[in-house]
Structures are given as structure tokens and as C-alpha cells.
Design a protein around this ligand. Structure first.
Ligand code: BG6
Ligand code: MG
Length: 216
């Protein structure tokens, strides 16, 4: 019995994944190397500090804690500039229609994002009130692929993992959902999100009934 849908934010509800990539790429370029889109795929769903560690390792750069804190803060400030113009129109196609279908049922809507900017972004695009529970980067200790963000979502809704379905665009996020014991619908490419139970390319035209029947 499906009782909740837990949505990732970046790349599932809004297309901020490209802004994260742009901001990290600028930092890497300033440090003298580049990061490819393929490498960026390994950063999706990963926390800010862990992303920074992975990028520095990729560029063979060793820095002290203070320098790393500065870089993470600079990246976030640049990211905030990029997202500052976001509005309601930046919600990914089909998301609101899909939410409207869910609202006609008893199924709850939850957010499971490791981003510390999640609430601010939801507020900007006018979706803050759409969620029954919001688990973001300020509420968790471990980022994806750790299952904490989704397990916490289920427990705050007083539900079992088996009653929750996760929507994820990141390899690390799909792993987090599976490790939480939930079924996972990937948003993206089946060859990238090969651990997901089912992969779709987005919510445009998605009928809730079709989706539920696929999960039986
Ligand atoms: C995830 C993104 O949702 O949030 C990652 O997929 C990002 O790319 C992470 O690093 C942390 O986000 P923030 O906004 O706290 O830096
Ligand atoms: Mg994502």
C-alpha cells in the first residue's frame, strides 16, 4: 500500500542540478582544472562538503580546513546568485499536475533532499506548502547514498519504508532510497539510474494511476 511519495528536490522538482554543476565547475576552473558532466553525475545528491572533497581529489588538490570552508562558502554564494532569479515557472514540467493528482488521494508528499537551501528554493518557486514533511540538509547528519534522509521522512510521517516511494535523479539518491528499503523511481536515463525500480524521463503527462500500477 503506497502511503507517501518522497521527492528529491534538485533535478526532480526544479532544474537546479545544472546550477550546482555550473557553480562547482567555476570553482574547479578557478583552481586550474575542469569537471566533466560525467564526473558531475557522481556529485548529484552528495552533500556540499562531500562534493567539495570529491572535486578536490579529482583535481589532485590538497587544502586545509579553512581554505575548504572558504571554497564551499564561495560556491554556495555563487549558487545562490544563480538561483536568485528562480520563480514559479522554474518548476519542472508536469510536477504541479502530478502533485494535484496526489492531493486527490490520501497519499502524503514529502521532500528528501540533502540541500541546505531546499526550503528557500521551494519558497521561491511557491511550493513550500505542498509538502506534508520536509527533510533537508539541515535535518540530517549523513548525505546520500546514506538512507537517513528518506528513513527520516518515513518516520516523521509515521510510515513504514515499504509504504513510501522515492523519486530521484541521482545515482547516490537511488542508492539511498533502496538502502532505506523503499521502491525508487528514477528521473533520468535508465542506463545511469540502473538500480531504480523504474525510470521515467519526467512528470510531464504522468498519470498517477499508471505509475501506481507499475509499482504493484
Ligand atoms: C543535492 C544536490 O540536492 O544537494 C547536490 O544534488 C548538492 O548537488 C547538495 O551538493 C547540497 O546542496 P546545498 O544546496 O546544501 O549546497
Ligand atoms: Mg537530485
Amino acid at each position: 500500500m503506497i502511503k507517501a511519495f518522497l521527492f528529491d528536490l534538485d533535478g526532480v522538482i526544479v532544474e537546479t542540478a545544472g546550477f550546482h554543476y555550473q557553480a562547482w565547475r567555476k570553482m574547479a576552473n578557478d583552481l586550474g582544472f575542469d569537471i566533466s558532466e560525467e564526473f558531475n553525475e557522481t556529485l548529484k545528491g552528495v552533500s556540499r562538503t562531500e562534493s567539495l572533497e570529491r572535486i578536490l581529489k579529482h583535481g589532485n588538490i590538497t587544502l586545509g580546513e579553512a581554505q575548504k570552508a572558504q571554497l564551499a562558502s564561495d560556491k554556495n554564494n555563487y549558487y545562490l546568485q544563480l538561483v536568485s532569479q528562480m520563480t514559479h515557472k522554474d518548476i519542472l514540467e508536469g510536477v504541479e499536475e502530478f502533485f494535484a493528482q496526489i492531493k486527490q488521494t490520501d497519499i502524503k508528499i514529502g521532500l528528501g533532499s540533502v540541500s541546505k537551501n531546499a526550503k528557500m528554493i521551494l519558497d521561491k518557486v511557491g511550493l513550500l506548502d505542498a509538502f506534508d514533511v520536509i527533510i533537508d540538509g539541515t535535518k540530517i547528519e549523513k548525505g546520500k547514498p546514506d538512507p537517513e534522509v528518506f528513513s527520516k521522512g518515513a518516520s516523521e510521517l509515521h510510515l513504514l519504508a515499504s509504504e513510501c516511494i522515492v523519486f530521484e535523479d541521482a545515482v547516490a539518491g537511488v542508492e539511498a532510497g533502496k538502502r532505506a528499503g523503499m521502491k525508487v523511481i528514477g528521473i533520468g536515463k535508465p542506463d545511469v539510474l540502473n538500480e531504480a525500480d523504474w525510470v521515467i524521463d519526467g512528470f510531464k503527462g504522468m498519470a498517477l494511476e499508471t505509475l501506481i500500477s507499475k509499482l504493484q
